[in-house]
Design a protein around this ligand. Structure first.
Ligand SMILES: [Zn+2]
Length: 398
């Protein structure tokens, strides 16, 4: 091993530290100099010097909020926000929902350049879904007016567990058992494709771009067709030993209740998933089949039945959440997914049973807020995942 005072060792160290700083920003976990100090363990002076160097070389940029909104911290002053240089390339975010696909083409700061949402039975038409993604990618690249060669990678959010063990496809999407999404899409798109669970990526998006930007320990609850959770503990994503932590929808809240798609009875998803909400809606006079949008519209119109359905779902979520919060003591709970659009009645139901279910204390209840990114959180999380894995052309330090 070369001694630390050998010629060149300082330069080697500097190069390594540049890599650490760049990687901290690229991962989405650090958006300020303070974050970088915390993430890398380097001194403030070193971080400040390296950030200035990377800014001067055009590898980093500052001042732009990734979601394009004014960015204000708790002191009311706009923080300096560090990102990769936006114009260094583009990435694609893909959310494969059970009933549709959302794609977003974004720059390396995460600003969306073009996006599309299509209804498609993703569960049963894997080939059609993959072909759609391939065609839509070409359309989005053309719409954004960029060269295809500037597409550096893609992230995919799937509505199923994504074990960190190799060679597992999204098992709960019915016809996708034998498909390795990263391999197949990577071949079709000609770029590196990374796959993540949609609730985990929703949590990532709210932490990088949305409601949880200053949060160290976060529980993100995704309420949609499926129900899931994404966790950040002490500033880091928590995926569990096998990569499948946060299967919140399969926490049993109604023992002996309805059989869930996982095979158990009474899972939270059988009570608070979109299917359960829709099934509880009274039959319509015109014979048409209602969907989640109808539940949300009825709720917004103040229909008592819909309000009750949503509040009951919220209470079931709060009951399950009480165990999670008692165990983890998070700073913040963010509620996202399509169902979160129900707003007040849902949130009141959650807080009611959460308050009842956590141990009594003089401390205020953990804040429970709606996500800022709405139904786009998961696709924006896929964008963040793609950014974190994008190959960067890094020149040697001057
Ligand atoms: Zn289940």
């Amino acid at each position: 091993m070369r001694p630390v005072n050998a010629p060149g060792s300082l330069e080697t160290l500097r190069r390594r530290n540049r890599g650490l700083v760049l990687r901290a920003v690229q991962s989405g976990g650090a958006t300020s100099r303070v974050d970088i100090v915390r993430a890398t363990g380097l001194s403030r002076t070193t971080v400040s010097s390296l950030v200035n160097e990377l800014l001067a070389e055009g590898l980093l940029a500052e001042g732009t909020d990734r979601a394009g909104r004014p960015s204000v911290n708790q002191t009311g002053r706009p923080p300096t926000r560090l990102t990769l240089e936006p114009s260094s390339g583009t990435v694609l975010g893909i959310h494969l929902r059970h009933d549709g696909i959302r794609l977003a083409l974004a720059d390396l700061a995460g600003a969306v350049l073009a996006e599309v949402l299509v209804d498609l039975d993703v569960d049963h038409r894997a080939d059609a879904a993959l072909s759609f993604v391939e065609d839509a990618t070409n359309d989005l690249v053309a719409e954004a007016g960029i060269s295809r060669s500037r597409l550096l990678g893609a992230g995919v959010a799937v509505s199923s567990p994504v074990p960190t063990l190799p060679r597992h496809g999204p098992a709960l999407l019915t016809t996708w058992h034998d498909i390795d999404v990263a391999d197949v899409l990577g071949e079709r798109l000609g770029v590196r494709v990374q796959v993540g669970n949609d609730a985990n990526l929703g949590a990532t998006a709210e932490r990088v771009f949305g409601a949880a930007r200053t949060t160290r320990s976060l529980v993100y609850v995704m309420l949609a067709e499926g129900v899931g959770a994404g966790l950040f503990l002490d500033g880091r994503p928590y995926l569990g030993a096998k990569g499948v932590a946060g299967e919140f929808g399969h926490v049993v809240v109604a023992p002996g209740g309805r059989v869930c798609r996982c095979g158990n009875r009474g899972c939270l998803e059988t009570v608070a998933g979109a299917g359960a909400l829709v099934a509880a809606l009274p039959a319509r006079a015109d014979g048409t089949v209602p969907d989640l949008d109808d539940v949300l519209a009825a709720c917004a119109a103040g229909e008592p039945g819909a309000l009750r359905i949503v509040a009951d779902a919220g209470r079931a979520v709060g009951t399950a959440l009480a165990g999670v919060c008692t165990m983890l003591d998070p700073d913040l709970v963010v509620v996202g997914g399509r169902t979160a659009a129900a707003g007040r009645p849902l949130m009141d139901g959650i807080v009611e049973t959460l308050r009842r279910g956590v141990p009594p204390t003089d401390e205020p209840l953990v804040p429970v807020v709606a996500g800022e990114l709405g139904a786009r959180a998961e696709v924006l999380g896929a964008v963040a995942l793609a950014i974190s894995g994008a190959p960067l052309a890094v020149p040697a330090p001057v």
